[in-house]
Design a protein around this ligand. Structure first.
Ligand SMILES: [Zn+2]
Length: 411
């Protein structure tokens, strides 16, 4: 058994409304054994001084794409699955150094299963990285957000998209995800901003089609995450049992009431919107995104304000891969800018994200929880930008960074 004692200046436990501390945390192997003003120090325990830091649960990003490079997507799609998995591993390790100890990856554009392989390699201890929960592919209608065949000339007919247009084929796609190791089902029920040939303001699944998808997922015990934009798309996703709405760009107050009533989570990817706005103003947005974003950007910001004012469960998710992983930590600041309180923003990446993932062993500092713990100088409730200064990272009881160390610590 290994034992570590963390001497903490102050603590955000993932659920409280304020910081507590000073406090000590005893970690035995990969779990928190006790937490209090002072804890037992077993013989040989390693003591780590975090007395000048705020200590929080490891952050959870519930929307990333480790194997998608938006700036280069059409070409990258032609790379081997192994190449994508290895690059994804490097990004995952870099991202963990910012404090993200658990990631939900919501899809690769690959006929094989690079994110499943990456998750399995990390779980088996072959490589070190954050805990991964994956939806391998983005299931989509033809001409929907996940239909990427238009990247290439029709003669190539490359197997780059997981698309289906009748309920039997949709069920087969869901079952295939289960067979080959997806934890979640990811689908899109509206177009997107950066995909060519579709429109986020239009719904792309008919009701009987999304019903085929979600009922098959439910039968297999798989939760469903839905990329959605249009207000009607948000409502369709909620009506058919989506556990999380990704982006929910144009959600309206009726949709928010429905989400609050049934307990759907919303993952609003606000930093990405900020960056898209910046690119729109700078004239660097890709042409297929310009007309859509110009039409919708004020509506998106208004929806984010409605969301922030609602009681809906908001989970931290960035869409990193669509923009640089080094910017993912800025979602905390974007959320506060949109109207969330700093403590609610911290919960989105800890206890609320763990709730979305159905993982009651994560997202909280309490006895019996997995020892995913990060620390930062300064107080993130006084100034949320402290979250961008994480310099101590423990996952599963193993210290990967710090305190004060630059980069990933081990190996
Ligand atoms: Zn995404």
């Amino acid at each position: 058994m290994s034992a570590t004692v963390l001497v903490c200046g102050s603590v955000f436990d993932g659920v409280s409304e304020s910081l507590t501390g000073p406090a000590e945390i005893l970690v035995k192997d990969n779990r928190i054994a006790s937490i209090g003003r002072s804890v037992e120090r077993p013989p040989g325990a390693r003591v780590i001084d975090l007395s000048a830091r705020t200590v929080t649960p490891g952050f959870i990003d519930t929307h990333v794409h480790l194997t998608m490079d938006a700036a280069n997507l059409a070409h990258q799609t032609l790379e081997s699955s192994a190449s994508k998995a290895l690059k994804g591993l490097s990004l995952a390790r870099e991202y963990m150094s910012y404090g993200f100890t658990t990631l939900r990856d919501l899809g690769s554009v690959d006929p094989e299963w690079p994110t499943v392989d990456l998750r399995n390699a990390i779980n088996a201890g072959f490589v070190e990285g954050p805990r991964l929960i994956v939806a391998a592919h983005i299931l989509s209608a033809g001409a929907g957000h996940g239909d990427l065949r238009g990247f290439y000339s029709p003669r190539w007919n490359l197997p780059v998209s997981a698309i289906a247009d009748d309920s039997g084929s949709i069920k087969a796609l869901v079952r295939r995800e289960h067979t080959f190791g997806s934890d979640w089902i990811k689908t899109s029920n509206t177009g997107g901003y950066f995909s060519a040939g579709d429109d986020p303001a239009r719904v792309t699944w008919f009701d009987d089609e999304i019903e085929a998808l979600t009922s098959t997922a439910r039968q297999l015990g798989m939760p469903v995450a839905v990329h959605t934009g249009a207000a009607e798309g948000c409502k369709q996703a909620i009506r058919f049992g989506a556990r999380s709405l990704e982006h929910a760009y144009l959600i309206d107050s009726e949709g928010l009431q429905m989400a609050a009533k049934v307990g759907s989570y919303v993952v609003p990817t606000m930093q990405m919107t900020q960056e898209d706005l910046h690119e729109l103003q700078a004239g660097t947005l890709p042409c297929q995104a310009v007309w859509k974003f110009r039409r919708d950007n004020e509506k998106i910001l208004a929806s984010q304000k409605l969301l922030a004012a609602s009681p809906v469960k908001i989970a931290y998710g960035t869409d990193c891969g669509m923009f640089p992983f080094s910017h993912g930590i800025l979602e905390f600041q974007a959320m506060v800018k949109a109207g969330l309180s700093p403590v609610r923003a911290l919960k989105t990446a800890t206890s609320v994200a763990a709730g979305l993932l159905g993982r009651d062993d994560l997202g909280m500092l309490a006895p019996g929880k997995l020892a995913d713990i990060v620390a930062m100088p300064d107080n993130p409730i006084e100034d949320i930008s402290a979250t961008a200064k994480v310099d101590f990272v423990m996952k599963d009881g193993i210290v990967y960074r710090g305190p004060g160390q630059v980069g990933v610590l081990r190996k």
